[in-house]
Design a protein around this ligand. Structure first.
Ligand SMILES: NC(=O)c1ccc[n+]([C@@H]2O[C@H](COP(=O)([O-])OP(=O)(O)OC[C@H]3O[C@@H](n4cnc5c(N)ncnc54)[C@H](O)[C@@H]3O)[C@@H](O)[C@H]2O)c1
Ligand SMILES: [Zn+2]
Ligand SMILES: [Zn+2]
Length: 372
């Protein structure tokens, strides 16, 4: 089918997104064509434009946080049918590989190929200017239609609003799971979330749901700090020094049980700042992405060892999309998870570059592209 999509032809050059005509193939076996209602603007797509995540191929159809309605299914597909409401998960999980059967769906072997530039079968589903187009996360939600692998398609109830559901494709489970699963927050913990954007705000919500006593939101942007209080933060700070002061005051100088790092671009010297906030035996969760080629890190290893601290990487909040996407939708429908408040501004696809500028300018918790 012919439609439109936002492409990067020169990744890593900050060229911005080109909205143009694209052609999407019909779904093959184990695939479905989804008519999207909305796509979130996640910082991860921007990492490809800036070159934080270098891509050795182009063009890229961006976008990996979407929800919509099944339009058509490939031969033999029974898991979904036209009319079903679905979330597209930014990481697929096949349910058969070693990691999937161990319950670690976010580490599925298929997920390793999400930036390979081709569908899981090695071919292209999207074409533009006579070239094969690679899709972000096998998806490409910066287009009103997505031909998606079924392993990334998760059914949700019909009464779940699709624009809110879109955020459950990446930012919500990533932040929420970083708190609930990766940080293993316990009742009564003091938790610090550093960087309360689209991902971090959900770490705040996860901490609240787990019964954290103190939740300190750290962000240089006043609007984000104010918003974080609405999502359940109890205190806020604008930088590392102020965060130390607040945490020391709350914990009698002992430090926080959990610190979750969800800033837009993680720099090497942030690890030391973050570990200084963690108490003995506590956990530092790394969720925000650093430039992929960065190897320099500042860290007091001696203290980390002697105080038994844990540094834990968190991909997709270590969630399992097949169970956690419906759980998060249900929590929203019961009024226990805020999603409406995450959406600060909505945009037409043609305004996508403005949406990314607004993200950089700190104007949005999440910007969302709305399709017809
Ligand atoms: N691990 C994963 O699976 C996963 C999934 C999705 C996104 N991410 C990454 O998570 C990060 C956050 O994504 P997002 O969409 O929420 O981005 P965002 O731009 O919406 O939010 C980032 C926030 O960090 C704040 N910030 C910037 N510098 C800071 C600093 N020095 N101290 C404190 N706060 C600071 C910004 O003001 C902003 O509020 C990105 O690196 C993104 O690529 C990781
Ligand atoms: Zn994302
Ligand atoms: Zn798998």
């Amino acid at each position: 089918m012919k439609t439109r999509g936002a492409l990067l032809w020169e990744p890593g050059t900050r060229s911005g997104w080109s909205v143009e005509d694209i052609e999407i193939d019909p779904p093959k076996e184990h695939e479905a064509l989804i008519k999207l209602a909305a796509s979130g603007i996640c910082h991860s797509d921007d990492h490809i434009d800036t070159g934080d995540i270098p891509l050795p191929w182009a063009p890229l159809l961006g976008g990996h946080e979407g929800a919509g309605v099944v339009e058509e299914v490939g031969p033999g597909v029974t898991y979904v049918k036209p009319g079903d409401h679905v979330v597209l998960s930014f990481l697929p999980s096949c349910g058969r590989c070693a990691m999937c059967v161990k319950g670690k769906g976010s580490l599925c072997e298929l997920a390793a190929g999400v930036l390979s530039g081709v569908a899981p079968d090695g071919t292209h589903r999207v074409h533009a200017r006579g070239k094969g187009v690679g899709c972000m996360s096998y998806l490409g939600t910066f287009s009103p239609y997505v031909c998606a692998p079924l392993d990334a398609v998760v059914k949700i109830p019909d009464d779940m609003p699709l624009d809110k559901a879109a955020l459950i494709g990446c930012g919500v489970p990533t932040g929420w799971g970083s708190a609930v699963y990766a940080a293993e927050i316990q009742l009564g913990d003091t938790v610090v979330v550093v960087g309360t954007g689209g991902v971090g705000m959900n770490a705040v919500q996860g901490a609240r749901l787990k019964g954290a006593r103190n939740i300190v939101a750290v962000d240089p942007v006043a609007f984000k700090r104010e918003k974080a209080m609405e999502f359940g933060a109890t205190h806020s700070a604008s930088d590392w020094a102020e965060a130390r002061e607040v945490v020391d005051g709350l914990t009698n100088g002992q430090g926080a049980e959990r610190v979750i790092l969800t800033v837009g671009v993680v720099e090497g010297d942030m690890l030391e700042e973050a570990q200084q906030l963690v108490t003995r035996g506590g956990v530092l969760v790394l969720t925000g992405v650093s430039p992929a080629l960065q190897r320099e890190v500042k860290l007091d290893i001696f203290t980390v060892v002697l105080s038994g601290k844990r540094i834990q990487g968190s991909l997709y909040g270590t969630t399992n999309a097949r169970t956690d996407v419906p759980l998060l939708a249900d929590l929203y429908l019961r009024g226990e998870l805020k999603l409406d408040e995450l959406i600060t501004r909505t945009y037409a696809l043609d305004d996508i570059n403005q949406a990314f500028r607004d993200m950089h300018d700190g104007k949005n918790v999440r910007g969302v592209i709305i399709y017809d």
